[in-house]
Design a protein. Sequence first.
Length: 230
Amino acid sequence: MTEKRPTVLVVEDEPPIAETIVYALKTEGFAPVWHTTGSEALATLRRQSVALVVLDVGLPDMSGFDVCRELRRTHAVPVIFLTARSGEVDKIVGLELGADDYLAKPFSPRELTARIRAVLRRTQASAAPASAPAAVWHHDVERCRIAYRGRALDLTRNEYRLLAVLVAAPGRVFSRDQLMEAAWPDPGAAMDRTVDAHIKLLRGKLRAVAPEADPIVTHRGLGYALREET
Ligand code: CA
């Protein structure tokens, strides 16, 4: 059985560091793709899907922060930053770029591959297809945020809970009872139509992002499902 090796995009302009990383990734069963500039990396991300990005902060053409910001517009792919100065770490945290981890130079290749595995385990457990280009949905479980087509949604608590259930299983039809149980901690007080009302509000917010898409499907007499996007 041949399992597909996860592609890791390495963006690092210093060849000795990059070569060490690439070698370690190959040894550990990953398929590395190496670029020395941010623009090349972004071009590759537009063409192919990758499992994770290792991103140096100091690049010749643009900063790693800008690369991250740019790719976050369309990708939910996990990012591990490589930093050379401690001030950069503060920035990663402060800018809320959506970095999944960071490593300060110098680091051991072994440490990097361990971090990559940890991030992949975490993101694959919690997220929808983490690396597909322009993933339609991205559910950040830890921050209780859902992004739709690259745009973070501004949701109430109940809307968030409701949508989280649907996003976790695209295509699956949920009855109103199932949705109410999942989304309302005290379902006794809520009427059936509460689900309908919240679905209506959600649809409005999703329409604001993509007017034609209508991703929540009504199954008459059964309930609701999220459209499976392929
Ligand atoms: Ca650098």
